[in-house]
Design a protein around this ligand. Sequence first.
Ligand code: CTP
Length: 413
Amino acid sequence: MPGAELIPRRPWRGRRVLLGVTGSIAAYKSVQLARDLTRLGAQVDVVLTDAAQQFVAPLLFEGVTGRKALTGLFTVEGAALHVRLGQEVDVVCVAPATADFLARAAQGRADDLLCTTLLATRAPVIVCPAMNDRMFAHPQVQENLTHLRERLGYRIAGPAAGALAAGEGEGPGRMLEPTEIEEHIGHALGAEPAFAGRSVLVTAGPTREALDPVRYLGNRSSGRMGYALAQAAWRRGADVTLVSGPSALEAPVGVDLVRVETADEMHAVVAERIGRADVTVFAAAVADYRPAESRSEKVKREAEGPEISVALAANPDIARATAGARRPGSVVVGFALETSDLLANAARKLESKGFDLVVANDATEEGAGFEVTTNRVTILSREGKPEALPLLSKDEVAEEILDRVGRLLGSRG
Ligand code: CTP
């Protein structure tokens, strides 16, 4: 969302990020990255190579991070700068990473502040390559990347395929967008034992039920809540599958996204995967009914006259229909969107659909429900009283839900 306010949040808040910038055109995007990370609550130290300073000035980074941008190796403040930085930071991210940087890092060179700090740190290192597609495909570059990944345990994020620098056409070599790199950093910072290696299945979005080849029955769900949950679960270290009805949102980073259109299609994917899931979250707003018959030709106004009736047939209740296939001991979360008797209806769904948690919200309340970025929810569980949360962003609601899922996973071993 361009211009959207980033609010300080987990897992970036209070964490120290070292952002290495090397000499590539993509360095202009690193300024946005440094700014976003700072606004997410991280303390960002930017280290620029000499070549990076041909593209962007240190002052630009100082303006967005409020901290001195670092360039020189030969500085001592208490201890040698590279040793101190290497020990203090929680994560190192090199974005953009040029072919020259990859070669120097793979060789373990120590001829500038960035490469020397890499030798001095034991923090996770993320590398975001950016270069021309022919350079990226060169066997030497590929060999360096393999060495960094397999021998040194670096995480290689990207590159993406897409428009390269002016005159270079398109291809794999483009640096990931700042928002994607932020998620990779979040993933490195956010690992939680309760979620590590766990399989999480999330349904999201509306479903579309065809009336004819051009029209459908649907609902106003944007998919935001489910996408936020899938992204937050990946940040915590889970393997995540997101089964999504039509949504305009970008695919979450690191998540296996399966796109579907109808309730029947969503049902088939969930039925196939739920047996392997340690956690299932039913966040989709599934259409309860579909046109009993979908016309093969467009419905014509002249042929139909002033009134038209459409018979509806019930769709499967996906949560209920797949209950028997759930993995024993898995945690299952449902949502309840109501317009009246919120708690009573939600408690009924907790029981009848065999959920461990139900996230209830009132669609008539301001800031809750569809098409907004916030939500005010009450979380019901099998033990204890319903917990009413304040108005939060959907990202924060996702974290609250996953905190509770994590506790349940922990208690079930
Ligand atoms: N759900 C589902 N399949 C459906 C309908 C709902 O899996 N066909 C799931 C939703 O993803 C949600 C929960 O069931 O987690 C409750 O959905 P909701 O629409 O609130 O309830 P319904 O069971 O459809 O009941 P009603 O519409 O009558 O309130």
